[in-house]
Design a protein around this ligand. Structure first.
Ligand code: SF4
Length: 401
């Protein structure tokens, strides 16, 4: 096989399909779904979000990773980083002999153990342009699983940068997806970018735009979150906004509005069109999961929410934020976080897991459940099973309410 770049799998879906189903499906989740996403047993009332868990991009990336292992049984296979932010899925891939490379901003360092002919899987959130070029120059076989929704963001970024607009990215500047997206801006002559994490950071940028903050003060905060030679005086004259696909929609709209108002204050409403462009690039899977959880919260009656997903998963964090604003919320990575009466969880905005005793109230409890786009159903099912066991119940005993 002479081809070295693959984006559409290897036609082995029917071969890996049964293994994927055995590994990632869950009888407990299927039962809950078949009962209308709401069922109870042992005094526990579960309500599952209508949209949760694996998204189309993650589904495809994991499928291609399994196909890749089968297609190249005798080659060294690497993942350029975690395929998705879920420890369970990453561990299973490691067990299949796929090596997950450590993170580094320097492609030479990151791929130092990879050589010509080795197979490298690129994750759903993509890799940066220098990383891709480096791997091509090394003559690696590349299996690119970059999600179509991420490619769509890149298209917008290229559209801005080509026309001389600095790209403002609402996202976490250290996140793989945002790093890859930012690198697209630099492929154009004079291309620049600046990342804002939230509304508070956006307001700081707006203070500079309105002339109430100096360039030096701005850059003391955004040095690492902007292109190398970013000069606010020059590069905030015309801006185009995109976002990491997994941010909170309500926040992205606020970021957009905040920047728009600052550009109007500085340049006047008549000049807005030539100074400011914006597209919301939240992916539909992220949006649907956020909408589904809001619908559950609006319906009311929940005593608590359990949000399941990797602690470094951006879209899971966004779901947890939505929930925590309304009901007691526990963001956990897996069923192992629940040990008897205690739970280990990551509070919203925190960076560490914390223990909590007596997390499940006594008596009848209404438990809301959702999971981030990188969480497979088997992990959700294990959580349901573990919670039910606290009341001596089993998933087969779940009944419609
Ligand atoms: S969260 Fe959205 S952008 Fe990311 S892989 Fe899933 S569908 Fe694609």
């Amino acid at each position: 096989m002479n081809e070295t770049y693959f984006q559409k799998g290897f036609g082995l879906k029917s071969e890996v399909g049964p293994l994927l189903a055995r590994t990632y499906q869950s009888a407990a989740v299927e039962r809950l779904k078949s009962l209308g996403y709401e069922a109870g047993a042992g005094g526990l009332h579960f309500k599952l979000a209508k949209e949760f868990g694996f998204c189309y991009g993650v589904d495809r990336a994991v499928d291609y990773a399994y196909q890749t292992r089968r297609q190249f049984p005798d080659r060294r296979v690497f993942l350029s980083g975690e395929i998705i932010h879920n420890p369970d899925v990453n561990r299973r891939l490691t067990d299949m002999g796929i090596e997950i490379l450590g993170d580094s901003h320097d492609p030479v360092e990151r791929f130092k153990t990879v050589g010509s002919g080795d197979v490298v899987i690129l994750p759903a959130f993509g890799v940066s342009v220098p990383e891709l070029n480096h791997l091509k120059a090394k003559q690696c076989v590349l299996v690119d699983t970059t999600c179509g929704s991420v490619l769509n963001v890149w298209k917008k970024v290229n559209y801005y940068a080509k026309d001389g607009y600095t790209v403002i990215i609402h996202g976490k500047h250290h996140h793989e997806e945002t790093r890859a997206t930012a690198s697209q801006a630099l492929t154009h002559k004079g291309g620049q970018y600046l990342c804002v994490r939230d509304v508070a950071e956006t307001e700081r940028v707006c203070e500079f735009i309105r002339g109430t903050l100096s360039a030096a003060d701005l850059m003391s905060k955004f040095g690492e979150a902007s292109s190398a030679d970013f000069d606010p005086e020059v590069h905030l004259q015309r801006i185009g906004l995109a976002n990491q696909t997994t941010m909170l929609m309500s926040e992205t709209l606020k970021v957009q509005d905040t920047l728009r108002r600052a550009m109007i204050d500085r340049h006047g409403a008549d000049n807005l069109e030539s100074r400011f462009r914006a597209f919301d690039t939240i992916c539909s899977a992220t949006q649907e999961r956020q909408d589904a959880v809001l619908e559950m919260l609006d319906a009311g009656g929940l005593d608590l929410m359990v949000v399941i997903g990797g602690y470094n998963s951006s879209n899971t964090q966004a779901l947890a934020r939505l929930c925590a604003a309304r009901v007691p919320t526990f963001h956990i990575q897996s069923a192992a976080c629940i040990e008897g009466e205690a739970i280990r969880h990551q509070p919203v905005g925190g960076h560490d897991e914390v223990p909590r005793e007596q997390w499940l109230p006594t008596g009848p409890v209404r438990v809301g459940l959702t999971a981030g786009a990188s969480t497979p159903n088997n992990v959700v099912g294990e959580v349901v099973t573990r919670i039910l066991a606290l009341r001596g119940g089993r998933p087969e005993q779940l009944q419609a309410l």
